[in-house]
Design a binder for this molecule. Structure first.
Ligand SMILES: CC(C)(COP(=O)(O)OP(=O)(O)OC[C@H]1O[C@@H](n2cnc3c(N)ncnc32)[C@H](O)[C@@H]1OP(=O)(O)O)[C@@H](O)C(=O)NCCC(=O)NCCS
Length: 280
């Protein structure tokens, strides 16, 4: 088995070739297994800051190039057609993941830690990393390369977008102990700091300004940095007036959706979002 360092150089050189050689598939499968085992990640925290592992994203893209369309049927009724390089994972008891019956799917190349609970239907895409004690609720999406920390609750229908390209773009990152409320959408590399709470229906993208009522600041993404939700922030969906003098704004009196930090997490928030231990 190759070391991560060897895998990295093999993937980088294969990504650079127009016509991958015959053993490219073997290298890719080794790479995909390391991803599934959580030994390599699309992004990780180094000295307190998140860094993208560009080569890991290149490896995933290589898998799409190498893959061939295949029928992946399971019995008479369920039938899927996809690239053969990214089949669904077969979860076994030894994985210690609770995969509740009802139509969920975890792709090969996604790491899901022991003790994670997956409520149906949910989908965890390739390159995603879901750490211990997290709960992925019904109709939730963990998009490609998204990094989900420990004890995160991704509530029903919460969507965590995938970021595959460009390869140097940071994926969506949800740090430890975050609650993402029902129907939230977190996209385009947004970073949600530890213990933050997104009230249901909050949408965050690179273009969304985030208004902090407590600290009196407005957070925005920049070319180098994604939108970042501060640790412990409680964010709810709000609205703001359209800037005066902008087109028809004065006449129409419209407002635009905007997320607002209404407070920082306190005991009331904790008691409101507490989950029963025995449910785990
Ligand atoms: C954010 C949330 C956790 C509330 O946190 P909290 O700390 O108890 O918040 P508070 O009740 O102290 O509210 C603080 C302020 O925000 C407002 N607020 C709270 N939640 C809000 C929401 N979802 N939308 C708009 N405003 C909200 C409150 O009215 C209050 O403002 P006010 O003082 O002007 O009245 C809760 O609203 C929420 O969305 N929980 C997630 C529910 C969910 O999706 N569960 C999924 C289970 S599958």
């Amino acid at each position: 088995m190759s070391s991560n360092h060897q895998l990295k150089s093999a993937i980088e050189s294969l990504s650079a070739t127009k016509t991958p050689p015959a053993d490219a598939r073997r290298v890719f499968l080794e790479f995909r297994s390391a991803l599934t085992r959580g030994e390599i990640r699309a992004a990780q925290k180094v000295n307190g800051a998140w860094a993208v592992n560009t080569w890991v994203k290149q490896g995933i893209l290589l898998g799409f190039r190498l893959g061939e369309m295949k029928e992946m049927s399971d019995g008479e009724v369920l039938n899927f057609v996809d690239k053969d390089t990214f089949p669904a994972r077969r979860v076994v008891l030894a994985d210690r993941i609770r995969l509740v019956p009802g139509g969920s799917s975890i792709r090969e190349g996604a790491y899901v830690a022991p003790s994670v609970i997956c409520m149906p239907p949910m989908f965890i895409n390739v390159g995603a990393y879901v750490d211990e004690g997290s709960m992925i609720d019904s109709h939730a999406l963990v998009g490609s390369c998204a990094q989900i920390g420990k004890r995160v609750h991704l509530s029903a229908a919460a969507q965590v977008g995938g970021v595959l390209e460009p390869v140097n773009a940071t994926p969506v990152i949800i740090e430890d102990d975050v609650l993402i409320g029902g129907n939230c959408g977190v996209y385009e590399g947004t970073l949600v700091g530890a213990r933050a709470v997104l009230g249901s229906g909050t949408i965050l993208t690179r273009s969304t300004p985030l208004y902090d009522l407590v600290r009196g600041e407005i957070y925005r993404s920049s070319a180098e940095h994604p939108l970042t939700v501060p640790e412990n922030a409680v964010v709810v969906p709000g609205s703001r007036a359209v800037k005066k003098g902008k087109g028809k704004s004065d006449e129409w009196n419209l407002s635009l959706y905007t997320p607002v930090i209404v407070k920082y997490r306190d005991e009331k928030t904790d008691s409101g979002i507490e989950l029963e231990d025995w449910l785990r």
